[in-house]
Design a protein around this ligand. Structure first.
Ligand SMILES: [Zn+2]
Length: 355
C-alpha cells in the first residue's frame, strides 16, 4: 500500500519541483538560530532549495582582503552544508556579479580593494544616498571587460562552490544599471545587450568546466518599456536583447513582487528553465504558484519541464527576518511582508498536494 505521505511528496515534486527560499547568509553570531530555522521552519514546509547570498561574508583564502568583518569560517559553512544535506535541501551560494557592487553610499568589498575594476570610477559616492539622483547611481558595477576582473571573481566563485559542496551557483546580476558606460575606455560604444550577454556566457562557461550550473535573476532580460514593467524588474537600459544571446542552460529566477506577471512563459518559450520569485504579497505569491502549476499541466512536455517552481525571496537581514518570523519585532507592513508571504505560499503549496 502507498504511504500517503510519500504519495504527497511525490506529487509535490511533480507539481512544484523547485520549492526555494532565498536569503542572505547569516553572520557568525546568528549561525545557530539560522540552523534551527532550517530545521524547524524550512524543512517541515518542504523547502528543497536554499539560495544563500554570501557575497563577502566568507573567509576567502584566495583573496582574504575581500572578506567582511566577522565573516563565516569554513567550519561554520560546513554546519549549514550538513544541515541542508540532512533535509535534502539543495544549497546554492550566491555572489552578486557584475552589478550590486555598492549599497547606498558604501562601496562593497570588490571595488573597495580593486577600484580599477569600477565601470564608473568618475561617479563619486555620495555622503548621504538619495534616489533618484543626478548620476543615476543605484549600485556600482564592475567592468566586464577589465582584463583582470575575472581572475579575482572566478577565484572566489570556485572557492565558495567548493566549500559549499555545491553544484549550482547563483550569479545574481540583477538591476545592473551601470553597463557600457560612455566614459569606460573598454566598454563605451558597445552594445549593452552584448556586454551583458558576454558576461553571462563567461560566467556560465567557467562554471560548466566543473559541471556546475548557473542561476541568475531575470530582470535584465525583460524589455521594461514594451511590457510596462519599468527599470527595476525589467530593463530600460537596452540589455533585454541578451535573452537571445545567452546559453539556454542558465536557469532564470524571475522576480515579480507587485503582480503575478506571466513572464515565466516568455522565458520558457525562449528555452530557459524558470523559477518564479515572490517577495511580500501573499496573494500574489499564491497566484504565481497556481500559474506555475497550470502552465506545467497545460504545456507540451518540452515546455512543461521548464516551469521549475517557486522561490520566496527575503531582502531583510536574516537576523531581522527571524525576529519577525517569531514575532519578536513587528514587520513594517502587517499584511504584506516576506514572513506572511512565505508562510502563506508554503501553506498553499502543501495543501495543493493533498487535494
Ligand atoms: Zn567597462
Amino acid at each position: 500500500m502507498l504511504n500517503p505521505w510519500l504519495f504527497a511528496q511525490d506529487s509535490l515534486d511533480n507539481l512544484i519541483p523547485v520549492r526555494g527560499f532565498c536569503i542572505s547568509a547569516p553572520r557568525t553570531d546568528h549561525l545557530d538560530s539560522f540552523i534551527q530555522f532550517i530545521d524547524n521552519e524550512l524543512a517541515p514546509r518542504k523547502v528543497n532549495t536554499l539560495v544563500l547570498r554570501v557575497d563577502w561574508n566568507y573567509q576567502y583564502q584566495s583573496f582574504p582582503e575581500l572578506q567582511d568583518s566577522s565573516a563565516l569560517s569554513e567550519s561554520e559553512v560546513k554546519q549549514i552544508v550538513k544541515t541542508c544535506r540532512r533535509h535534502n535541501i539543495e544549497l546554492i551560494p550566491q555572489i552578486n556579479l557584475l552589478g550590486h557592487q555598492s549599497w547606498h553610499s558604501t562601496t562593497a568589498s570588490l571595488l573597495r580593494h580593486f577600484p580599477e575594476f569600477n565601470e564608473t570610477p568618475h561617479i563619486e559616492m555620495p555622503e548621504e544616498y538619495k534616489w533618484p539622483n543626478e548620476d543615476g547611481l543605484y549600485c556600482l558595477s564592475y567592468c566586464p571587460l577589465h582584463p583582470k576582473v575575472h581572475d579575482v571573481v572566478f577565484a572566489v566563485v570556485d572557492e565558495i562552490m567548493t566549500v559549499f559542496e555545491a553544484s549550482i551557483f547563483h550569479a545574481g546580476m540583477d538591476e545592473v544599471f551601470y553597463i557600457g558606460d560612455d566614459k569606460c575606455p573598454r566598454c563605451r560604444g558597445k552594445d549593452k545587450a552584448e556586454l551583458f550577454a558576454g558576461e553571462v556566457r563567461l560566467i556560465r562557461d567557467h562554471l560548466a568546466q566543473n559541471g556546475w550550473e548557473m542561476w541568475m535573476w531575470g530582470d535584465r532580460l525583460i524589455d521594461g518599456a514594451t511590457t510596462g514593467m519599468g527599470m527595476w524588474e525589467a530593463s530600460m537600459n537596452n540589455t533585454y536583447r541578451a535573452i537571445d544571446m545567452i546559453p539556454k542552460d542558465v536557469v532564470i529566477c524571475d522576480w515579480h513582487y507587485e503582480r503575478p506577471d506571466p513572464t515565466a512563459v516568455y522565458f520558457a518559450m525562449k528555452g530557459f528553465r524558470v523559477i518564479t520569485c515572490p517577495y511580500r504579497k501573499p496573494d500574489v505569491a499564491v497566484e504565481q504558484m497556481n500559474n506555475m502549476i497550470t502552465w506545467r499541466r497545460n504545456s507540451t512536455a518540452q515546455m512543461s519541464e521548464r516551469f521549475r517552481g517557486m522561490m520566496q525571496t527575503v531582502w531583510s537581514d536574516p537576523e531581522v527576518y527571524l525576529d519577525q518570523f517569531y514575532g519578536k519585532r513587528p514587520p513594517r507592513n502587517q499584511d504584506e511582508n516576506s514572513v506572511a508571504c512565505f508562510k502563506k505560499l508554503f501553506e498553499a503549496m502543501n495543501i495543493e498536494t493533498i487535494e
